[in-house]
Design a protein around this ligand. Structure first.
Ligand code: SF4
Length: 80
């Protein structure tokens, strides 16, 4: 809030917001890396912090795929 007030309803929503309460996140393979994405982006694009920003999800999953692949290659190099 820019006027100095504090939105206590939003605070309650934040308190229970996690990958187990966001429907889209519950079945997402990336949930324990991502932790449910950016709440500000979700609020801005979908109007709710409980509805993850789809493009952000796709970018996050692609970054994770690349990071995991690099880590696997690094591990294989160490094995040789
Ligand atoms: S990538 Fe999207 S759906 Fe998956 S855990 Fe992150 S916010 Fe949730």
């Amino acid at each position: 809030m820019t006027d100095g007030s504090f939105n206590q309803e939003m605070q309650k929503v934040f308190r229970t917001s996690n990958v187990f309460t966001k429907e889209k996140c519950t079945s997402c393979w990336a949930k324990f890396y991502c932790s449910g994405g950016c709440a500000a982006n979700a609020q801005h694009y979908s109007g709710s912090i409980s509805e993850p920003y789809e493009l952000g999800c796709e970018m996050e999953k692609k970054r994770l795929e690349c990071a995991l692949a690099l880590k696997a290659l690094e591990f294989l190099d160490e094995e040789e």
